[in-house]
Design a protein around this ligand. Structure first.
Ligand code: ZN
Ligand code: ZN
Length: 424
């Protein structure tokens, strides 16, 4: 026998590093954001898609490009009991691409417009506000090449933020060109960067040779200042990309969306083409992105799929929640206080009646005195308390207390309904 000592017994199991509980008092805000997003996306013809949380590791090894390398280094990969290498999804797009190919969704009449809300996993260094399990809202459109769809998803994202009461954000847009026009830009960018090679940070010096576009991602002020002198990609766009970008801006304008062209807004992934955009806010301290998206016309082919274009955006849920204001209106709910067995049964019947009419009620079966129950009602922020004693059961009239004003009404079951529905 190997008895546990006291300290071993007391050792508590905590949540795994980089993960976080979303507790009941925060979850209301999560649900509000999720419902708003789902409601809006459906109005634009998007359907939800739910893919597995883990996939074959090869799926994430298919995408090329530097960002993808970073993702791969941070992947939650393990060998399962069947000896397969599986990975907890670090991003969502590969799963959608796989699902489209696997179920030939592109051959069906429905538009390829999908949305998704759920957790992602990356094994990077946990730091403040960043978790190894984090959550994203994501939308994807495939097989719609028109710049109007790029404008419409920006307008849809803007609607989401507005509906959630988010203010003080700015919309940045740019074009990253295509495989036809980007090589010339790379050459010119590299030439210009080499002129200032010694002033750039070691990381950026390396990027000159690997992917000069990514110098724009550097957070150092000195590198940012140098990159201001770099040529703009919009000056290198081929005719097709140029027209696409102009149309995109025109459509945004006709939606009444305010935006700013930011030539340094680029994405490192090779399969990104044409439109890119970002919603930024200064509310999170430093200027920070709350939503980012763009077009990826070559991604589907990278995954071995059909030659169809793609566009979409992703929102980091945790970051979005930090800029969504709290709801001002209190949730309406009735705390039902009762005294004695007969009143308890009447209370249960009443709760059933009210709940069937869509009203939230709470009864606690804890054999507590009336004073204790009244205390609970105010502690729990009940909007109303319904009091039922022996006398009330006999008269079929109950005491309904409005908690904020303290006003008390003598009411029938029907009166309760009328009073509360009037306030809601
Ligand atoms: Zn082009
Ligand atoms: Zn740098």
């Amino acid at each position: 026998m190997n008895p546990m000592n006291d300290s071993e017994k007391k050792k508590k199991i905590a949540a795994i590093k980089g993960t976080k509980d979303i507790l009941p008092d925060e979850v209301g805000k999560w649900q509000r954001v999720e419902e708003a997003a789902a409601g809006i996306f459906q109005r634009y013809g998007y359907k939800e898609i739910r893919s597995p949380v883990f996939e074959a590791t090869e799926l994430y090894q298919k995408g090329t490009g530097e960002t993808s390398d970073i993702v791969q280094k941070e992947m939650y990969t393990f060998i399962d009991k069947g000896g397969r290498s599986v990975t907890l999804r670090p991003e969502y797009t590969p799963s959608v691409a796989r699902a489209i190919i696997e179920h030939s969704l592109h051959l069906k009449p429905e538009p390829l417009r999908f949305y998704f809300i759920g957790p992602m996993f990356r094994y990077d260094k946990p730091q403040k506000g960043r978790y190894r399990q984090f959550h994203q809202i994501d939308i994807e459109v495939f097989a719609e090449k028109d710049p109007a769809v790029d404008a419409e998803i920006v307008e849809m994202a803007d609607r989401l933020l507005k509906e959630l009461g988010v203010t003080g954000y700015e919309i940045l847009v740019n074009s990253v060109g295509c495989p036809l026009c980007r090589p010339d830009y790379h050459v010119s960018l590299r030439e210009k960067a080499l002129e200032s090679e010694q002033e750039l940070c070691p990381d950026c010096r390396r990027k000159i040779y690997t992917n000069p576009l990514r110098i724009f991602d550097c957070k150092l002020d000195s590198c940012r200042a140098i990159s201001l002198r770099f040529p703009k990609i919009t000056e290198f766009l081929c005719d097709e990309c140029e027209t696409h970008f102009q149309r995109f801006c025109l459509y945004l304008g006709s939606f009444g969306i305010e935006y700013r062209i930011e030539p340094r807004l680029v994405r490192g992934l090779d399969y990104y083409t044409k439109t890119t955009f970002e919603f930024i806010t200064k509310k999170l301290g430093a200027q920070d992105s709350i939503l980012g998206g763009g077009r990826y016309d070559y991604m589907m082919q990278e995954f071995g799929g059909p030659d169809i274009s793609g566009t979409g955006f992703a929102v980091g849920m945790e970051r979005l929640l930090s800029v969504v204001p709290e709801k001002e209106k209190k949730e309406i709910f009735i705390y039902i206080a009762y005294i004695g067995e007969e009143a308890k049964i009447r209370a249960m019947m009443l709760a059933r009646f009210l709940r069937s009419h869509g009203i939230s009620c709470l009864l606690e079966y804890k054999d507590q005195g009336l004073k204790k129950q009244m205390g609970r009602a105010s502690k729990l922020n009940a909007t109303w308390t319904l009091i039922i004693g022996e006398e009330e059961v006999k008269k079929e009239k109950f005491q309904l207390k409005e908690m904020e004003s303290g006003t008390q009404h003598e009411v029938t079951q029907e009166d309760v309904l009328a009073l509360i529905q009037k306030q809601d």
